[in-house]
Ligand binder design. Structure first.
Ligand code: GDP
Length: 365
C-alpha cells in the first residue's frame, strides 16, 4: 500500500535517501596504538629528570598486581634509591570530616610558598580495600594544589592488604623523592591501624583533631595520640574558637600523662583554621623546628634507619605470606583443615603444622 505521507498533499515532507554518514569511530585510531612499555632505564632517567608523566606511569607499575610489572617496578625502585631520601616526610591523619583535604590544600600552598621545592601528596586508605576505590589524596579534594605546577597528588593504592597498600605507598615515596619532591605528605584516615603504617614511613606525624563535645579525648585511641609529634585542632574560627582552645588545653594535659617520646621532642598542640588559613604558619614553623631539632640530635637519621629495618621485615613477612597462601597445594588444603579445626577434629596447632609442613615440602620440589 502506498504510504499516505507519499501523497501529493504531503510533498515536501517526503523522506529522501540520506547521504552516507562517516563512521563515528576515529579512522586513525588504530595508528594511535597502545602506549609502548618503557624500559627500566627510561623510567629511571625520566623520574630523575622530574618527568611527571613517567613518574605517574612508574607509580602505576608499583601499584600493579601483575608479576611482570612488579619485576620492572622493583628494578626501577632499586635504581631510584640512591636519588631518594632527601626530603621531609609528613604523615597527616584525622577522622573523616576533620578537614584533611581543606588543610592539605592550604598546608601545601604554604610550604611551597615558604620553603620552595616540590610537594608530593600520597595517601593510605584502608577502607579502599573493601570499596576498591579511594578518595584520600584525590585531586578534586585539593583544588588549588591540584593545579599547582610543583605538586604531585596521588590517591591511595586500592588493592591488597593494609601491609601491601602501605608498602606501595612507601615505594612511591622513593620514586617521588628521586623525582625531586623534597616534601612528602602521606594522608590517612584516623581509624587505627593505618596510622601505624603511616607513622612507620614519616618523619613527623601530624594529627588533626576537632573540638567537639568536651570529651574528645575519649574518642581517640591512646596509641594514635602517642604517635603524634604535633596535634592540631582544626576549625578554630567563628564561635568555635573558645571550644578549640579548650580542646587544645585538654590535649596538652593528656599529653603530659604519656612517657616522653624517644625523639626528645615534646609534642605540641596548636589550634588553627584550615578553611580561613589561620594559624597555618605556626603549624609549619613547628614542623620545621622539629625537623631541625631531630636532625641536630641524630634522631632523624636513627628513625629513618629503624623504619628501613622495619620495612625489610614487613616485606619479608608479606612475601612469605603471599607465597604460602598462593601455593596451589596449600590453597586446596586450607579449607579442609579449617573445617577440621572448626569441627574439633584437629587442634589449631596441629592443623597449622601440617599445612606448613606441606608448604615446606612443596618448596623443596
Ligand atoms: P576530610 O574528610 O578530613 O578531608 O575533611 P574536609 O577537608 O573535606 O572538610 C570537611 C568539612 O569541614 C568541609 O565541609 C569543610 O568545608 C569543613 N572545614 C574544613 N576546614 C574547616 C575550617 O577550618 N573551619 C570550618 N569552619 N570548616 C572547615
Amino acid at each position: 500500500m502506498k504510504h499516505p505521507e507519499n501523497s501529493e498533499a504531503y510533498k515536501g515532507l517526503t523522506v529522501n535517501a540520506g547521504i552516507e554518514q562517516p563512521s563515528s569511530v576515529n579512522p586513525y585510531l588504530h595508528t594511535r596504538h597502545k602506549r609502548r612499555q618503557l624500559g627500566v632505564t627510561e623510567y629511571v632517567e625520566g623520574i630523575v629528570k622530574g618527568d611527571v608523566t613517567i613518574l605517574s606511569q612508574a607509580v602505576t607499575l608499583v601499584e600493579s598486581m601483575k608479576p611482570e610489572h612488579q619485576t620492572i617496578a622493583q628494578e626501577v625502585i632499586e635504581k631510584c634509591l640512591p636519588h631518594s631520601g632527601n626530603s621531609v616526610r609528613i604523615g597527616i591523619s584525622g577522622v573523616p570530616g576533620a578537614g584533611k583535604s581543606t588543610s592539605i590544600d592550604v598546608f601545601g600552598l604554604h610550604v611551597l610558598e615558604q620553603y620552595g621545592g616540590k610537594l608530593a601528596v600520597l595517601a593510605i586508605d584502608p577502607s579502599s580495600e573493601r570499596s576498591k576505590g579511594s578518595i584520600l589524596g584525590d585531586k578534586t579534594r585539593m583544588e588549588k594544589l591540584a593545579v599547582h605546577p610543583k605538586s604531585f597528588i596521588r590517591p591511595s593504592p586500592s588493592a591488597g592488604s593494609l601491609g601491601g597498600v602501605a608498602r606501595k605507598t612507601r615505594e612511591t615515596i622513593i620514586l617521588c623523592e628521586a623525582a625531586g619532591y623534597d616534601k612528602i605528605f602521606v594522608e590517612t584516615v584516623g581509624v587505627g591501624q593505618s596510622e601505624t603504617a603511616v607513622h612507620s614511613m614519616v618523619d613527623f606525624f601530624l594529627l588533626i583533631q576537632l573540638a567537639g563535645t568536651g570529651d574528645e579525648l575519649q574518642g581517640i585511641k591512646r596509641g594514635i595520640m602517642e604517635m603524634a609529634d604535633g596535634i592540631v585542632i582544626n576549625k578554630a574560627d567563628g564561635d568555635n574558637i573558645d571550644r578549640a582552645k579548650l580542646a587544645a588545653t585538654q590535649f596538652r594535659n593528656a599529653l603530659h600523662l604519656f612517657p616522653a617520646p624517644e625523639s626528645g621532642w615534646a609534642p605540641q598542640v596548636l589550634t588553627y583554621s584550615g578553611f580561613y588559613g589561620l594559624g597555618v604558619k605556626e603549624i609549619w614553623d613547628m614542623v620545621y623546628a622539629y625537623v631541625a631539632f631531630v636532625k641536630e640530635n641524630g634522631y632523624f637519621e636513627y628513625r629513618r634507619n629503624e623504619q628501613s629495618k622495619y620495612w625489610m621485615y614487613e616485606s619479608i613477612n608479606e612475601q612469605l605470606r603471599n607465597s604460602f597462601y598462593h601455593n596451589p597445594v596449600v590453597e586446596k588444603m586450607l579449607s579442609e583443615k579449617e573445617m577440621q579445626v572448626l569441627q574439633g577434629k584437629l587442634t589449631s596447632f596441629v592443623a597449622a603444622k601440617s599445612l606448613l609442613d606441606t608448604y615446606f615440602e612443596e618448596m623443596k620440589r
